[in-house]
Ligand binder design. Structure first.
Ligand SMILES: *Cc1c(COP(=O)(O)O)cnc(C)c1O
Length: 475
């Protein structure tokens, strides 16, 4: 405290500060009440007492009653509970954004969770070849599956797609030039920008075309002795409309072939199935991209694939072998939990209907509007039973999003439970739900709080209803 501050302090403030209990005294009283005094208890007590001091100095705590043991004990219990609950928690995603990057992207199927538990809780053959008894490669655990599912010659999996892109550029184009269309130099979010990644890899970016239009002759004109690679980047979360044109991958492959250069595509989301029959925009599947003759393709494990965070690199054997041999690969390698989850997810793709039913990301994208409506009615019924008029509930039409950068402008028709709270504001309701023991994330739209039921699992309906009713108990 500065001397000026001390001088300013009134007698009451000084008295209040003096009556804050000492840490040991407070701990003693907690012990009398049967509390085991551990480090977390001590830290929580210190926090409460420090907080009291700050409040007194700020003039927010002037009533001596505020320092009574009962009051301090309540504050302590709240802090202690917060300390003892994990920082990293599950939440209910009622935003309708299926691949929500801030909420952990893809939800893993039960098969993946079981596999992670099985291999993660004991030793495993992560890098041990059970046939020969010699050292094995972790990449071989999923490479065969990826080849069979996509038609690629070879593949490997690294930490995430950003790492995959970095590694490919470093391996194929370090110190040389990479030709990219200006229209594809986008920022994906979380500060992933192709020009920056390129700079880190030591490759030199050669931009061609105009922002809205790039032609084959633009690529052709940019090819020189220094060129190492032609790169196509999926624009993901961004789409240009109007007077635009992009060079189709097949034409790029043909051009590159004439010059003896490889072509790489950063697919971003990368899907193994065609989801257009569920009303999603038609995007080429990974298999179709491989089929068109691209030399290497990268995509995320936790976007449309619906698996754990990973970066999947597929392509020609010779290129994949070079990437495996790059020392940087070791720094970006995938861990055993991810590999376990990824293998389980990939195994589900051998049967399309199984994949759509068992992989939550795909199930949420392919669910019918009727099923979402039924879910919404179930939640609405539970809420109406519990409410005593504090909050009119209705079921309304809304639009969900794919998220994860895929198909940005597309709204998927969905149903939401809409709350119109009385007695608290929409912002207050949003904050209380977010801070609940089971945090609920929804959105405010047109003076309503919306819970989009596309992204709420059936087993979450009961806890969701309980959480909402609890929030209103205090109103
Ligand atoms: C999402 C995305 C990335 C980054 O992938 P992560 O798996 O998040 O590292 C890179 N490129 C494109 C085109 C993307 O959509």
């Amino acid at each position: 405290m500065t001397p000026e501050r001390k001088k300013e302090m009134t007698g009451e403030v000084r008295e209040m500060l003096k009556s804050i209990p000492k840490v040991d005294e407070f701990l003693g009283r907690l012990e009398e009440r049967g509390f085991a005094i551990g480090k977390q208890v001590k830290l929580a007590v210190r926090e409460v007492l420090d907080h009291c001091r700050e409040e007194i100095l700020a003039g927010h705590l002037a009533d001596p009653e505020g320092l009574a043991f009962a009051n301090l004990a309540d504050r302590f219990e709240e802090r202690y509970r917060r300390r003892m609950s994990p920082n990293f928690r599950g939440v209910i995603n009622a935003t309708g954004v299926v691949i929500h990057t801030n909420l952990g992207r893809s939800v893993l199927p039960d098969e993946a969770m079981a596999m992670i538990a099985r291999v993660g809780g004991g030793y495993s053959n992560l890098e041990f070849d059970l046939d020969t008894g010699r050292r094995g490669s972790r990449y071989s655990l999923v490479e065969g599956l990826l080849r069979e599912l996509t038609g690629a010659e070879a593949g490997l999996v690294v930490n995430n797609n950003a790492a995959a892109v970095l590694l490919c550029l470093d391996t194929l184009a370090k110190g040389r030039e990479v030709v990219v269309s200006r229209g594809q130099l986008v920022e994906i979010g979380g500060s992933f920008r192709i020009p920056d990644v390129m700079a880190r890899s030591g490759a030199r970016l050669v931009e061609v075309g105009a922002t809205n239009r790039t032609h084959l002759r633009d690529y052709e004109g940019a090819i020189s002795e220094e060129t190492a690679l032609l790169l196509k980047v999926h624009t993901s979360n961004y789409r240009m409309i109007g007077f635009t044109s992009e060079v189709p991958l097949a034409e790029l492959v043909e051009l590159a072939g004439r010059h003896g250069l490889p072509v790489m595509e950063d697919l971003g989301s990368g899907c193994l199935l065609d989801l257009s029959r569920f009303g999603l925009i038609k995007e080429p599947t990974v298999g179709e991209v491989i089929e068109s003759g691209v030399d290497v393709v990268t995509f995320s494990g936790d976007k449309l694939l619906g698996g754990p965070q990973a970066g999947i690199i597929l392509g020609r054997r010779e290129i994949i072998e070079r990437i495996k041999g790059n020392p940087m690969t070791r720094a970006l390698r995938i861990d055993k939990f991810t590999l376990a989850g990824l293998e389980a997810v990939l195994r589900l793709y051998y049967d399309e209907e199984t994949a759509l039913a068992r992989i939550p990301t795909l199930a949420m994208l392919s669910i019918s509007k009727d099923k979402i409506a039924a879910r919404a009615r179930r939640l609405a019924r539970r809420l109406n039973k519990g409410f005593a008029g504090q909050c009119p509930v209705s079921v309304v039409d809304t639009g969900s999003r794919v998220g994860g950068g895929a198909m940005p402008e597309q709204d998927l028709p969905s149903k939401a439970v809409a709350l119109r709270p009385e007695g608290i504001s929409l912002n207050e309701l949003e904050a209380r739900l977010r801070k609940s023991a089971v945090p609920v994330i929804g959105r405010i739209e047109n003076e309503l709080f919306l819970l989009d039921m596309r992204t709420v699992a059936d087993r979450e309906i009961v806890p969701l209803a309980e959480t909402i009713l609890k929030v209103f108990e205090a109103v």
